[in-house]
Design a protein around this ligand. Structure first.
Ligand code: PMP
Length: 347
């Protein structure tokens, strides 16, 4: 790996970050806060939130087994994705390499940050060819994106492939694990101390059931995390989000229960869909959705939406022709979907 000094944009490396009132006051006992120009009257939200979200990070650290100085929290993992570009990619000069098809925000953030996006198509089972990805890097390639389990295909990326990228690529390897809780394997966060070029993304939006509060996690070396903290907006995680996350983190067993049910529903759905003859291919999934190929996906999509069932049409995505992405819902919701598809099949 190149040094962080070589990889980080020079203006970011030299940045003097904003110092907020709550950064400067740290930890000492205090009862009179006249430092941040807040309204003193209690509205439950009249005070600025903790800029570094210490309480939440301690809880995540306990659950995920990663030390707090290796954790960044953002306004969704989308914030962490954008920060990767803002920290590492010189607009108009640098580029990134990513597997294709994958989550769309890597490309959108590249476009926003005027960074060339080199998409390397996977094989038919959605596994990336690492040698080909490496062959598309040059001295301006700063980031390499993987998504495992991948969206929209649902498959895990082979661990040996990710290790090869980590061992060989000279820049930062980002592994987006938004759906890892539904997978039959552990997180790559266990490799953080071995690989200073590894950034793992996770989110509260999926298994944790909190898409509405917008909270994402990045796990990386303390040096990368500190850079992310310097560049982020000072109070990027609002106080309502922090409270809701702390509460949810106190009952991880609830999340485990949901995950178990969703994973078992995923198997039931895969088996039931296989019996409906319009479902040509049901791609194997380690996530909370199934990618399914039909003969005429757009017609099926319209049929479902006329009945109030909304799925995601992924037909225009590379390698996903005629495919719909079906999120696993409650058993009742899944039954509604199955009966609509059977009705379509019998037409
Ligand atoms: N990564 C992947 C792979 C996703 O599918 C999504 C959301 N669909 C995200 C990240 C965004 O997560 P968040 O809600 O934390 O911004």
């Amino acid at each position: 790996m190149k040094s962080l000094k070589e990889l980080i944009r020079p203006n970011i490396y030299a940045l003097t970050p904003y110092s907020s009132a709550r950064d400067e006051y740290k930890g000492r006992q205090a009862s009179v806060f006249l430092d941040a120009n807040e309204n003193p009257y209690d509205t439950q939200v009249n005070r600025y939130p903790d800029p570094l979200q210490t309480g939440i990070k301690e809880k995540i650290s306990g659950i995920r087994g990663v030390s707090s100085d290796r954790i960044f929290l953002g306004n969704g993992s989308d914030e962490a994705i954008d920060l990767m570009y803002r920290i590492f990619c010189i607009p108009g000069t640098d580029n990134v390499v990513a597997m294709e098809p994958t989550y769309g925000m890597y490309r959108v953030c590249a476009d926003i940050n005027d960074t060339e996006y080199r998409a390397i198509v996977t094989d038919e089972s959605f596994q990336p060819d690492i040698d080909e990805m490496l062959a598309h890097t040059d001295e301006h390639t700063k980031l390499m994106f993987f998504c495992s389990p991948n969206n929209p295909s649902g498959n895990l990326i082979g661990r040996e492939k990710l290790l090869k990228a980590l061992d060989t690529f000279q820049g930062i390897v980002i592994i987006d694990e938004a759906y890892i809780d539904f997978a039959d394997c552990g997180s790559m966060t266990g490799l953080l101390s071995e690989y200073p070029n590894l950034v793992v993304l996770q989110t509260f939006s999926k298994a944790w059931g909190m898409a509405g509060i917008r909270l994402g996690m990045a796990f990386a070396s303390p040096e990368i995390i500190s850079m992310m903290n310097r560049v982020k907006y000072p109070y990027n995680i609002n106080i309502l989000t922090q409270r809701a996350a702390l509460e949810q983190l106190s009952s991880p067993e609830k999340v485990e229960g949901w995950v178990k049910e969703i994973v078992s529903e995923r198997s039931r759905m895969a088996e039931s869909l296989a019996k409906i003859d319009i479902c040509r291919t049901i791609f194997p999934s380690d996530a909370n959705f199934l990618l399914v190929r039909f003969d005429n996906a757009s017609e099926v999509y319209d049929f479902l939406s006329e009945r109030g069932v909304i799925v995601r049409n992924r037909s225009r995505i590379t390698l996903c022709g005629n495919s719909l992405r079906l999120t696993i819902g409650t058993p009742q919701e899944n039954d509604v979907l199955l009966s609509c598809l059977s009705e379509y099949a019998e037409k």
